[in-house]
Design a binder for this molecule. Structure first.
Ligand code: PLP
Length: 699
């Protein structure tokens, strides 16, 4: 982990403990024997492996049960499920199967239900796979389980949940299983090293564990199998692990796991439950300070002292992740994110949480080896994240005033809304807002404090009129003008242009296709030809007679831009299919680039709330640097196109800068590169809050 990074995603994986890495190195370089060999090198390796197993057995109090080394929890889960289901099939073939159900907790890691379905299918069992419901706190419905247990063949429940940290009532589950002949698997992955687990004396048949969730490397795990529980090897071969798991053992992984277990035993490396609870409370307090209105998705006392799961009204999970990432804090969405849209967390949905909480969930998790200095730094950065939102008018409360200037674009599933503001004249207009965008826009307009002269629609869409009405209601003192004496497109009836101080907005009516009037809105500087035209359609779709009325050399900003063109010219209408150049610069080529293009301009296209937190490009003597968030690119495009010079655009991961570079290329700029992989792939040079001392020139 580099020194800048505050890693708060320990439930996903942890760094490798220094002593574990050393042990792994030793097992690879010096004690590299195959534990099945009978010579001294092999015997030495076997001794290390046996010692690690004994330590793990003692820690988990496995009694007469077996403990196998496997590659990780997913393999352990497969082995357990295969073993149980194979035994169920034998019972069935022997005419002795009453089981009808395979049960798993509704909040179980996906590996469990997927394994149940897979092996049920492969073995041709045809049992019904059912989720055990959970309550609002994520606890299994034990009455339901008590009712269904007699019909169950295998029951799978986790000891602690990976998204929420909710701790299961294993004693209650055991009681609910009663005299059912079912097998029972407990996924112990998130509990290892954080909760006492005494397996002997319980009726748990199988318990998988994973090394990489507790400071060992990826690729090593453990599977507990109760004495007498049925067993079917997943892998057959050389007969390792008593023929239960063939394949030469992962000795470096086992050595590293051994070092972690030794650290657990010595009591020096890991914090105890009480200390971790204090740490978590400090993180929770910092979060509550930073994000007014934040709600924790489970009560803290119900979950592991290393996990926090929360949502903030009005802030998406994705935005919070980007914000924390800019502060060099790694957190994760409590929900699975696809590139296009965040999927709500199925765990939180199963708990019956409201949609906004399930969709906006964020997980922050620490490993038990963290110390006070780490928590101090994490809390400071969390508070800096809150400060960044307040300064950029994005906090749920306590926002500071902002000075609006130029064009800002807001997108919603391909639809584009534009805010044009003038700081000197203190005026603004909105083009094509949608009702869903009103809360964010109203917040921004209130921070800005300029009267809203008009809310215009280019296409006459009823949703734009609805958004106008809502804005006027939300902002009675700023939005009164935008609903008075206007036509169907929101235009102030008698005016020929709207005066925005240094710029004017005029319009060209485009007729009324489908009985809906349309207009193009032309933005120009005093005494100059219009440079930007806001249109209801892209240049390819605009009818020729409409285009004939519009300035040929302007940039066109379309109301619909699913393809992320950002802006268009008439030349693109002439050659719509021409291939877009894709200039990507690898991080390793940076020095070469600087030498070749000393006059290159560096453009940070991240949003201001990210730029406030880190100023990463203090590297390689690069500069000068401009901050032009992707949402404000339209302001800079005319100058960049009029006087082309080499541009290197960058963002966090390279996606937004690539979009911007491609937009520039489509517009005819031949020297706009995107930094491939973004800041994430550069050596960390950031200093928290550096942007405060070196504010980039905002466009
Ligand atoms: N079970 C739980 C609760 C987990 O959190 C994970 C990992 O995210 C797994 C199983 C799968 O573990 P592995 O990555 O070792 O296969």
């Amino acid at each position: 982990m580099d020194s800048m990074e505050i890693y708060l995603d320990a439930n996903a994986t942890t760094p490798v403990l220094a002593q574990a890495a050393r042990a792994a190195m030793q097992a690879m370089a010096d004690d590299f024997g195959n534990p099945s060999s009978v010579h001294s090198t092999g015997l030495k390796a076997r001794a290390m492996m046996d010692a690690t197993r004994e330590r793990a057995k003692a820690l988990l109090d496995t009694g007469s049960g077996q403990l196998l080394f496997v590659s990780g929890a997913t393999e352990g889960i497969q082995t357990a499920v295969l073993s149980a289901l194979h035994a169920l099939r034998e019972r069935r073939d022997g005419g002795d199967l009453q089981a009808e159900l395979l049960l798993y907790g509704a909040t179980e890691h996906k590996a469990v239900p997927e394994a149940l379905r897979h092996w049920n299918d492969v073995l041709g069992l045809g049992l019904q796979v059912l989720a055990i419901p959970v309550d609002r706190l994520g606890h299994h419905d034990l009455d339901w389980l008590r009712r269904e247990a007699p019909r169950a063949g295998l029951v799978c429940t986790m000891a602690a949940n990976n998204e929420t940290g909710v701790i299961s009532d294993l004693a209650g589950i055991a009681a609910a299983l009663g005299s059912s002949p079912c097998f029972w698997m407990v996924d112990g992955v998130q509990a290892l090293g954080k909760l006492p687990l005494k397996l002997a004396g319980t009726r748990i048949d199988y318990a998988p564990f994973s090394g990489h969730k507790l400071y060992a490397p990826k690729g090593i795990g453990l599977l507990y199998v109760r004495e007498g529980a049925p067993f079917t090897p997943l892998m057959a071969g050389g007969g390792q692990e008593g023929s239960r798991r063939s394949g030469t053992e992962n000795m470096s992984g086992i050595a590293a796991l051994g070092a972690v277990l030794a650290a657990l035993h010595d009591g020096q490396t890991f914090r105890d439950h009480a200390t971790l609870s204090v740490y978590r409370q400090r993180l929770a307090d910092a979060l509550l300070d930073a994000f007014p209105g934040l709600v924790f998705n489970v009560p803290l006392d119900q979950s592991l002292p290393t996990t926090l799961n929360f949502a903030v009204p009005g802030l998406s999970s994705r935005l919070l992740q980007d914000l924390f990432d800019a502060a060099e804090c790694r957190i994760s969405g409590g929900s699975a994110c696809s590139a296009a849209k965040a999927q709500p967390s199925f765990v939180l949905q199963a708990m019956g949480l409201p949609d906004w909480q399930a969709a906006g969930a964020v997980r922050l998790s620490i490993g038990p080896a963290v110390d006070k200095a780490f928590i101090d730094e994490a809390c400071a950065r969390i508070r800096a994240c809150g400060e960044s939102l307040r300064r950029n008018c994005m906090s749920p409360a306590d926002n500071l005033a902002v000075e609006g200037e130029g064009i800002t674009r807001f997108t919603l599933e391909g639809a584009c809304c534009y805010l044009i503001a003038d700081a000197a004249a203190k005026r603004c207009v909105l083009i094509d807002p949608l009702p869903e965008q009103v809360p964010r826009l109203a917040q921004l307009l209130a921070c800005q404090g300029y009267p809203l002269l008009a809310v215009l629609s280019t296409s006459g869409d009823a949703l734009h009129a609805e958004a106008r009405q809502l804005l006027a209601e939300e902002l009675p003192s700023l939005g009164a003008d935008c609903v008075q004496d206007i036509d169907a497109l929101g235009w102030p009836a008698p005016a020929t242009s709207i005066d925005l101080g240094a710029q004017q907005l005029s319009r060209v009516r485009l007729g009324s296709p489908g009985d809906r009037p349309q207009q193009a809105l032309l933005l120009s500087r005093e005494g100059q030809a219009p440079h930007i035209v806001f249109t209801p359609l892209g240049v390819e779709e605009l009818p020729a007679e409409a285009l004939a009325q519009l300035p040929a050399h302007a940039l066109f900003a379309p109301a619909q831009d699913a393809a992320q063109t950002l802006a268009q010219t008439l030349a693109q209408r002439a050659a719509p299919d021409s291939a877009t150049p894709d200039l990507q610069l690898e991080a390793a080529q940076l020095a070469e680039f600087v030498a070749k293009y000393p006059d290159a301009l560096l453009i940070d296209v991240r949003e201001p709330y990210e730029q406030f937190l880190t100023n990463n490009l203090e590297l390689a003597g690069l500069g000068p640097r401009q901050a032009v968030p992707l949402s404000r690119l339209l302001n800079a495009l005319p100058d960049w196109l009029a006087a082309p010079r080499p541009l290197l655009l960058y963002c966090r991961s390279g996606n937004r800068s690539r979009q911007a570079a491609q937009a520039l290329a489509r517009l005819g700029h031949t020297q706009a590169w995107s930094l491939s992989g973004g800041l994430a792939l550069l050596p960390a040079q950031a200093a928290l809050g550096a942007a405060l001392s070196d504010p980039a020139l905002m466009v």
